[in-house]
Write a protein that binds this ligand. Structure first.
Ligand code: ZN
Length: 56
């Protein structure tokens, strides 16, 4: 299960794959994979300088 966020309106949803059309703004827009915004995921993603786990 992934976490997706509409790059147009910021609407977030959980789904295995991002929808073609955003259910909120009704636009066909890019969905960003925001699963790694969740700290528990281990943070192989971007922008977290706190790497206490000691590597990827
Ligand atoms: Zn949207």
């Amino acid at each position: 299960m992934g976490e997706w966020k509409c790059s147009n309106c910021g609407y977030a949803l959980s789904a295995p794959q991002p929808p073609e059309q955003c259910p909120n703004c009704k636009e066909k827009c890019d969905f960003l994979d925001v699963a790694c915004y969740i700290p528990d995921c281990g943070g192989s993603g971007s922008g977290n300088p706190d790497t206490r786990l000691g590597g990827k």
